[in-house]
Design a protein around this ligand. Sequence first.
Ligand code: SF4
Length: 409
Amino acid sequence: MQLPRRQPPAADGGVQAGSRLRRLPTFSKAALAAKCAFPWNGGIAWPEQITSDAANFGIAVHRAAELLALWGTAPLDAIAEHYGLHGSELKRFHLTVGWVADFIRGEREQWSFAAAEVAFAVDPFVDESRILEQDGPRDYSRARPAELCGTADLVTVVGEQLIVSDYKTGRYKMGADPSADAQMRALGYAAARAYGYDSVEVRLLNVDEGGVRMTRRLLDVIDLATIRLELLGVVRDTGEVHNPTPKPGSHCAQQWCPIASVCPATQKTIAQINPELQLTADIRSPEHAARLREQVAVAKKALAALDTAIKEYAKRHPIPLGNGKVLGQQERTRRTIECTPEAVAALGRYGVSGAVESSVNMAGIKRAVKGVCANGQAAGTMRAIMAELEKLGVVKTRTYTTIAEIKRQ
Ligand code: SF4
Protein backbone atom coordinates (compact mmCIF):
# COMPACT_ATOMS: atom_id res chain seq x y z
CA MET A 1 0.00 0.00 0.00
CA GLN A 2 1.34 3.42 -0.96
CA LEU A 3 1.08 6.04 1.78
CA PRO A 4 0.19 9.60 0.82
CA ARG A 5 3.41 11.61 0.67
CA ARG A 6 3.79 14.00 3.59
CA GLN A 7 6.49 16.58 4.09
CA PRO A 8 8.77 16.05 7.10
CA PRO A 9 8.16 18.54 9.90
CA ALA A 10 9.90 21.85 9.27
CA ALA A 11 11.87 23.77 11.89
CA ASP A 12 9.57 24.54 14.81
CA GLY A 13 6.38 24.24 12.85
CA GLY A 14 6.77 25.57 9.37
CA VAL A 15 9.42 28.22 10.01
CA GLN A 16 12.11 27.89 7.38
CA ALA A 17 15.71 27.22 8.38
CA GLY A 18 17.86 30.29 7.91
CA SER A 19 15.09 32.74 8.81
CA ARG A 20 15.78 35.31 11.50
CA LEU A 21 12.17 36.18 12.20
CA ARG A 22 10.95 36.37 15.72
CA ARG A 23 8.60 33.49 16.33
CA LEU A 24 6.74 31.97 19.24
CA PRO A 25 7.81 28.56 20.51
CA THR A 26 5.57 25.57 19.97
CA PHE A 27 4.02 23.92 23.04
CA SER A 28 6.73 21.25 23.05
CA LYS A 29 9.40 23.95 23.48
CA ALA A 30 7.49 26.06 26.03
CA ALA A 31 9.54 24.68 28.95
CA LEU A 32 12.84 25.49 27.23
CA ALA A 33 11.58 28.93 26.16
CA ALA A 34 10.78 29.72 29.80
CA LYS A 35 14.49 29.14 30.62
CA CYS A 36 16.02 30.66 27.49
CA ALA A 37 13.96 32.57 24.92
CA PHE A 38 16.97 33.29 22.71
CA PRO A 39 16.13 30.78 19.92
CA TRP A 40 12.77 32.46 19.35
CA ASN A 41 13.40 36.17 19.65
CA GLY A 42 14.92 36.74 16.25
CA GLY A 43 18.58 37.09 17.26
CA ILE A 44 19.88 34.14 15.26
CA ALA A 45 19.19 32.26 12.02
CA TRP A 46 18.04 28.71 12.62
CA PRO A 47 20.09 25.82 11.26
CA GLU A 48 18.46 23.13 9.17
CA GLN A 49 16.74 20.53 11.35
CA ILE A 50 18.12 17.09 10.53
CA THR A 51 15.86 14.08 11.08
CA SER A 52 17.63 11.26 12.94
CA ASP A 53 16.82 7.53 12.84
CA ALA A 54 15.41 7.84 16.36
CA ALA A 55 13.13 10.66 15.22
CA ASN A 56 11.96 8.59 12.23
CA PHE A 57 11.10 5.71 14.56
CA GLY A 58 9.07 8.07 16.76
CA ILE A 59 7.25 9.61 13.79
CA ALA A 60 6.42 6.14 12.42
CA VAL A 61 4.93 5.07 15.77
CA HIS A 62 2.91 8.30 15.93
CA ARG A 63 1.62 7.78 12.40
CA ALA A 64 0.56 4.21 13.18
CA ALA A 65 -1.12 5.31 16.43
CA GLU A 66 -2.97 8.08 14.58
CA LEU A 67 -4.43 5.63 12.06
CA LEU A 68 -5.20 3.01 14.71
CA ALA A 69 -7.22 5.61 16.63
CA LEU A 70 -9.09 6.78 13.53
CA TRP A 71 -9.61 3.52 11.63
CA GLY A 72 -8.91 0.79 14.18
CA THR A 73 -6.20 -0.53 11.84
CA ALA A 74 -3.00 0.74 10.22
CA PRO A 75 -0.81 -0.38 7.26
CA LEU A 76 2.24 -1.10 9.42
CA ASP A 77 4.50 -2.47 6.68
CA ALA A 78 3.85 0.57 4.49
CA ILE A 79 4.51 2.95 7.38
CA ALA A 80 7.75 1.15 8.30
CA GLU A 81 8.94 1.27 4.69
CA HIS A 82 7.98 4.93 4.35
CA TYR A 83 10.14 5.86 7.37
CA GLY A 84 13.02 3.54 6.43
CA LEU A 85 12.79 1.13 9.38
CA HIS A 86 14.76 -2.09 8.96
CA GLY A 87 16.22 -4.94 11.02
CA SER A 88 16.02 -4.50 14.77
CA GLU A 89 14.27 -1.11 14.39
CA LEU A 90 11.53 -2.78 12.34
CA LYS A 91 11.10 -5.47 14.99
CA ARG A 92 10.96 -2.81 17.69
CA PHE A 93 8.38 -0.88 15.65
CA HIS A 94 6.06 -3.90 15.32
CA LEU A 95 6.39 -4.76 19.02
CA THR A 96 5.75 -1.17 20.09
CA VAL A 97 2.79 -0.62 17.79
CA GLY A 98 1.36 -3.99 18.90
CA TRP A 99 1.12 -2.61 22.44
CA VAL A 100 -0.34 0.67 21.17
CA ALA A 101 -2.98 -1.26 19.17
CA ASP A 102 -3.95 -3.28 22.27
CA PHE A 103 -4.19 -0.10 24.30
CA ILE A 104 -6.35 1.72 21.74
CA ARG A 105 -8.60 -1.35 21.29
CA GLY A 106 -9.25 -1.32 25.03
CA GLU A 107 -10.16 2.38 24.99
CA ARG A 108 -12.00 2.86 21.70
CA GLU A 109 -15.39 1.54 22.79
CA GLN A 110 -15.65 4.23 25.46
CA TRP A 111 -14.96 7.15 23.10
CA SER A 112 -17.92 9.32 22.11
CA PHE A 113 -15.50 11.57 20.19
CA ALA A 114 -11.98 11.04 18.89
CA ALA A 115 -9.61 13.10 16.77
CA ALA A 116 -5.94 12.41 16.11
CA GLU A 117 -3.10 14.84 15.33
CA VAL A 118 -5.13 17.92 16.24
CA ALA A 119 -3.20 21.18 15.77
CA PHE A 120 -4.18 24.07 18.02
CA ALA A 121 -3.40 27.78 17.85
CA VAL A 122 -3.97 29.63 21.13
CA ASP A 123 -4.02 33.32 21.84
CA PRO A 124 -3.58 33.68 25.60
CA PHE A 125 -4.29 37.43 25.46
CA VAL A 126 -7.92 36.80 24.52
CA ASP A 127 -8.03 33.39 26.26
CA GLU A 128 -9.01 31.56 23.07
CA SER A 129 -7.91 28.51 21.17
CA ARG A 130 -8.80 27.25 17.71
CA ILE A 131 -8.16 24.15 15.65
CA LEU A 132 -5.63 24.97 12.98
CA GLU A 133 -5.85 23.72 9.42
CA GLN A 134 -2.59 22.12 8.28
CA ASP A 135 -0.97 21.09 5.02
CA GLY A 136 1.11 18.45 6.80
CA PRO A 137 2.20 17.40 10.28
CA ARG A 138 3.40 20.27 12.47
CA ASP A 139 2.57 22.87 9.79
CA TYR A 140 1.61 26.01 11.72
CA SER A 141 1.96 28.43 8.82
CA ARG A 142 -1.70 29.49 9.15
CA ALA A 143 -1.23 30.67 12.75
CA ARG A 144 -1.52 34.37 13.47
CA PRO A 145 1.58 36.18 14.81
CA ALA A 146 0.31 36.26 18.41
CA GLU A 147 -0.72 32.59 18.49
CA LEU A 148 1.19 29.75 20.15
CA CYS A 149 0.81 26.38 18.46
CA GLY A 150 1.05 22.72 19.29
CA THR A 151 -0.38 19.38 18.20
CA ALA A 152 -2.18 16.83 20.36
CA ASP A 153 -1.60 13.22 19.31
CA LEU A 154 -5.09 12.26 20.41
CA VAL A 155 -8.17 14.09 21.71
CA THR A 156 -11.06 11.98 22.99
CA VAL A 157 -14.21 12.37 25.03
CA VAL A 158 -15.24 9.65 27.48
CA GLY A 159 -18.54 10.35 29.21
CA GLU A 160 -18.35 14.06 30.04
CA GLN A 161 -14.56 14.12 30.22
CA LEU A 162 -12.31 15.67 27.58
CA ILE A 163 -8.97 13.82 27.36
CA VAL A 164 -5.75 14.87 25.63
CA SER A 165 -3.11 12.17 25.11
CA ASP A 166 0.49 12.51 24.00
CA TYR A 167 2.63 9.53 22.97
CA LYS A 168 6.31 9.48 23.89
CA THR A 169 8.48 6.74 22.44
CA GLY A 170 11.10 5.24 24.73
CA ARG A 171 11.88 6.61 28.15
CA TYR A 172 11.48 10.33 27.37
CA LYS A 173 9.41 11.91 30.19
CA MET A 174 8.77 8.41 31.58
CA GLY A 175 6.76 8.68 34.82
CA ALA A 176 6.60 12.49 34.59
CA ASP A 177 3.56 14.20 36.05
CA PRO A 178 1.67 15.50 32.98
CA SER A 179 0.04 18.26 35.03
CA ALA A 180 3.54 19.64 35.72
CA ASP A 181 4.78 19.30 32.15
CA ALA A 182 4.73 22.56 30.14
CA GLN A 183 3.82 20.86 26.85
CA MET A 184 0.97 18.83 28.36
CA ARG A 185 -0.34 21.86 30.24
CA ALA A 186 -0.42 23.92 27.04
CA LEU A 187 -2.09 21.08 25.11
CA GLY A 188 -4.70 20.65 27.85
CA TYR A 189 -5.43 24.38 27.91
CA ALA A 190 -5.63 24.55 24.10
CA ALA A 191 -8.03 21.59 23.85
CA ALA A 192 -10.24 22.75 26.73
CA ARG A 193 -10.63 26.23 25.24
CA ALA A 194 -11.11 24.96 21.66
CA TYR A 195 -13.77 22.39 22.58
CA GLY A 196 -15.39 24.47 25.35
CA TYR A 197 -14.61 22.36 28.45
CA ASP A 198 -13.87 23.60 31.99
CA SER A 199 -11.51 20.72 32.76
CA VAL A 200 -9.39 18.28 30.82
CA GLU A 201 -7.55 15.08 31.61
CA VAL A 202 -3.97 15.07 30.28
CA ARG A 203 -2.26 11.75 29.61
CA LEU A 204 1.36 10.94 28.92
CA LEU A 205 1.62 7.57 27.18
CA ASN A 206 5.15 6.16 27.12
CA VAL A 207 5.26 3.48 24.46
CA ASP A 208 8.05 1.05 23.68
CA GLU A 209 8.58 -2.65 23.06
CA GLY A 210 7.79 -3.32 26.75
CA GLY A 211 4.27 -1.87 26.63
CA VAL A 212 2.29 1.34 27.18
CA ARG A 213 2.73 3.23 30.46
CA MET A 214 0.16 5.87 31.18
CA THR A 215 0.40 8.78 33.62
CA ARG A 216 -2.70 10.97 33.79
CA ARG A 217 -3.86 14.01 35.71
CA LEU A 218 -6.85 16.33 35.67
CA LEU A 219 -6.44 20.03 34.93
CA ASP A 220 -9.33 21.93 36.49
CA VAL A 221 -10.70 25.41 35.89
CA ILE A 222 -8.05 27.03 38.13
CA ASP A 223 -5.22 25.11 36.45
CA LEU A 224 -6.47 26.30 33.06
CA ALA A 225 -6.51 29.93 34.21
CA THR A 226 -2.95 29.52 35.57
CA ILE A 227 -1.74 27.98 32.29
CA ARG A 228 -3.10 30.98 30.40
CA LEU A 229 -0.86 33.23 32.55
CA GLU A 230 2.13 30.94 31.92
CA LEU A 231 1.59 31.18 28.16
CA LEU A 232 1.31 34.96 28.42
CA GLY A 233 4.72 34.84 30.15
CA VAL A 234 6.18 32.84 27.24
CA VAL A 235 4.86 35.43 24.76
CA ARG A 236 6.32 38.27 26.86
CA ASP A 237 9.75 36.61 27.20
CA THR A 238 10.09 35.81 23.51
CA GLY A 239 9.17 39.45 22.82
CA GLU A 240 12.55 40.65 24.16
CA VAL A 241 13.75 41.53 20.66
CA HIS A 242 16.25 44.14 21.80
CA ASN A 243 19.66 42.80 22.70
CA PRO A 244 18.55 39.16 23.10
CA THR A 245 21.12 36.95 24.78
CA PRO A 246 21.30 33.20 25.26
CA LYS A 247 20.87 32.00 28.81
CA PRO A 248 22.90 28.79 29.12
CA GLY A 249 22.24 26.28 31.87
CA SER A 250 21.43 22.64 32.50
CA HIS A 251 18.37 23.04 30.24
CA CYS A 252 20.71 23.23 27.19
CA ALA A 253 21.60 19.54 27.60
CA GLN A 254 18.45 18.27 29.32
CA GLN A 255 16.05 19.61 26.70
CA TRP A 256 16.28 19.72 22.93
CA CYS A 257 17.30 23.18 21.75
CA PRO A 258 16.69 23.79 18.03
CA ILE A 259 19.70 26.10 17.67
CA ALA A 260 22.17 24.38 20.02
CA SER A 261 24.62 23.79 17.15
CA VAL A 262 24.85 27.52 16.35
CA CYS A 263 24.20 29.03 19.77
CA PRO A 264 26.86 31.67 20.61
CA ALA A 265 26.99 30.46 24.23
CA THR A 266 27.69 26.88 23.07
CA GLN A 267 30.28 28.14 20.57
CA LYS A 268 31.97 30.11 23.33
CA THR A 269 32.17 27.01 25.52
CA ILE A 270 33.66 25.01 22.66
CA ALA A 271 36.17 27.77 21.93
CA GLN A 272 37.25 27.68 25.57
CA ILE A 273 37.92 23.95 25.23
CA ASN A 274 39.95 24.40 22.05
CA PRO A 275 40.23 27.88 20.46
CA GLU A 276 40.87 26.30 17.04
CA LEU A 277 37.49 24.61 16.95
CA GLN A 278 34.79 26.39 15.00
CA LEU A 279 31.70 24.25 14.84
CA THR A 280 28.79 25.12 12.59
CA ALA A 281 25.88 23.10 11.20
CA ASP A 282 25.99 25.12 7.97
CA ILE A 283 27.75 22.64 5.67
CA ARG A 284 28.98 24.26 2.46
CA SER A 285 30.85 21.53 0.58
CA PRO A 286 32.06 17.91 0.90
CA GLU A 287 35.49 19.22 1.97
CA HIS A 288 33.88 21.42 4.60
CA ALA A 289 31.83 18.43 5.83
CA ALA A 290 34.99 16.30 6.09
CA ARG A 291 36.79 19.03 8.05
CA LEU A 292 33.81 19.46 10.37
CA ARG A 293 33.72 15.71 10.96
CA GLU A 294 37.30 15.82 12.19
CA GLN A 295 36.47 18.79 14.40
CA VAL A 296 33.46 16.97 15.85
CA ALA A 297 35.69 14.01 16.76
CA VAL A 298 38.17 16.36 18.48
CA ALA A 299 35.32 18.20 20.22
CA LYS A 300 33.84 14.92 21.48
CA LYS A 301 37.19 13.94 22.98
CA ALA A 302 37.65 17.37 24.52
CA LEU A 303 34.12 17.32 25.96
CA ALA A 304 34.60 13.80 27.35
CA ALA A 305 37.83 14.97 29.04
CA LEU A 306 36.02 18.01 30.41
CA ASP A 307 33.17 15.82 31.68
CA THR A 308 35.66 13.55 33.47
CA ALA A 309 37.40 16.58 35.01
CA ILE A 310 34.06 17.97 36.26
CA LYS A 311 33.17 14.60 37.82
CA GLU A 312 36.57 14.37 39.50
CA TYR A 313 36.10 17.90 40.88
CA ALA A 314 32.55 17.05 42.06
CA LYS A 315 33.94 14.10 44.04
CA ARG A 316 35.88 16.56 46.19
CA HIS A 317 33.69 19.68 45.99
CA PRO A 318 29.92 19.27 45.44
CA ILE A 319 28.85 21.69 42.68
CA PRO A 320 25.63 23.72 43.14
CA LEU A 321 23.68 23.64 39.85
CA GLY A 322 21.30 26.10 38.24
CA ASN A 323 18.37 23.65 38.62
CA GLY A 324 18.54 23.78 42.43
CA LYS A 325 20.38 20.43 42.75
CA VAL A 326 23.99 19.65 43.60
CA LEU A 327 26.36 17.57 41.48
CA GLY A 328 28.20 15.34 43.90
CA GLN A 329 29.19 11.83 44.86
CA GLN A 330 26.37 9.52 45.83
CA GLU A 331 26.32 5.97 47.08
CA ARG A 332 23.87 3.72 45.26
CA THR A 333 22.93 0.08 45.29
CA ARG A 334 22.18 -2.09 42.32
CA ARG A 335 20.17 -5.27 42.62
CA THR A 336 20.55 -8.05 40.10
CA ILE A 337 18.56 -11.26 39.95
CA GLU A 338 20.19 -14.65 39.62
CA CYS A 339 18.42 -16.45 36.80
CA THR A 340 17.55 -19.72 38.60
CA PRO A 341 14.59 -21.92 37.51
CA GLU A 342 12.81 -20.87 40.75
CA ALA A 343 13.25 -17.16 39.90
CA VAL A 344 11.92 -17.69 36.36
CA ALA A 345 8.93 -19.61 37.77
CA ALA A 346 8.24 -16.82 40.29
CA LEU A 347 8.29 -14.17 37.53
CA GLY A 348 5.99 -16.37 35.44
CA ARG A 349 3.40 -16.38 38.23
CA TYR A 350 3.13 -12.58 37.78
CA GLY A 351 2.92 -12.83 33.99
CA VAL A 352 6.33 -11.19 33.49
CA SER A 353 8.54 -14.11 32.48
CA GLY A 354 9.10 -12.12 29.25
CA ALA A 355 11.53 -10.00 31.28
CA VAL A 356 13.84 -13.00 31.56
CA GLU A 357 14.31 -13.37 27.83
CA SER A 358 16.04 -10.01 27.48
CA SER A 359 17.68 -9.55 30.86
CA VAL A 360 17.05 -10.36 34.47
CA ASN A 361 17.68 -6.99 36.02
CA MET A 362 15.44 -4.69 37.98
CA ALA A 363 14.83 -2.36 35.03
CA GLY A 364 13.76 -5.24 32.75
CA ILE A 365 11.34 -6.61 35.36
CA LYS A 366 9.95 -3.12 36.05
CA ARG A 367 9.30 -2.57 32.34
CA ALA A 368 7.56 -5.94 32.04
CA VAL A 369 5.46 -5.30 35.17
CA LYS A 370 4.32 -1.93 33.84
CA GLY A 371 3.37 -3.66 30.59
CA VAL A 372 1.03 -6.16 32.28
CA CYS A 373 -0.35 -4.17 35.21
CA ALA A 374 -3.30 -1.82 35.25
CA ASN A 375 -2.55 1.80 36.09
CA GLY A 376 -1.61 2.21 39.78
CA GLN A 377 -0.92 -1.49 40.38
CA ALA A 378 2.65 -1.76 39.08
CA ALA A 379 4.40 -0.59 42.26
CA GLY A 380 2.55 -3.09 44.48
CA THR A 381 3.19 -5.96 42.06
CA MET A 382 6.88 -5.03 41.85
CA ARG A 383 7.14 -5.08 45.66
CA ALA A 384 5.46 -8.51 45.80
CA ILE A 385 7.79 -9.93 43.12
CA MET A 386 10.90 -8.59 44.84
CA ALA A 387 9.77 -9.98 48.22
CA GLU A 388 9.33 -13.41 46.62
CA LEU A 389 12.71 -13.25 44.85
CA GLU A 390 14.42 -12.11 48.08
CA LYS A 391 12.90 -15.12 49.83
CA LEU A 392 14.34 -17.39 47.12
CA GLY A 393 17.77 -15.85 47.81
CA VAL A 394 18.35 -14.90 44.16
CA VAL A 395 18.67 -11.12 44.68
CA LYS A 396 22.27 -9.88 44.80
CA THR A 397 22.93 -6.34 46.03
CA ARG A 398 26.04 -4.39 45.02
CA THR A 399 26.96 -0.97 46.41
CA TYR A 400 28.82 1.56 44.27
CA THR A 401 29.43 5.28 44.14
CA THR A 402 28.56 7.55 41.25
CA ILE A 403 28.45 11.24 40.43
CA ALA A 404 24.85 12.37 40.23
CA GLU A 405 22.54 15.34 40.57
CA ILE A 406 21.34 15.25 44.17
CA LYS A 407 18.56 17.25 45.79
CA ARG A 408 19.94 19.90 48.14
CA GLN A 409 19.51 19.04 51.83
S1 SF4 B 1 21.88 26.12 23.67
FE1 SF4 B 1 21.14 26.83 25.67
S2 SF4 B 1 21.81 28.96 25.83
FE2 SF4 B 1 21.95 28.39 23.67
S3 SF4 B 1 20.00 29.03 22.82
FE3 SF4 B 1 19.78 26.88 23.36
S4 SF4 B 1 18.91 26.93 25.43
FE4 SF4 B 1 19.71 29.00 25.03
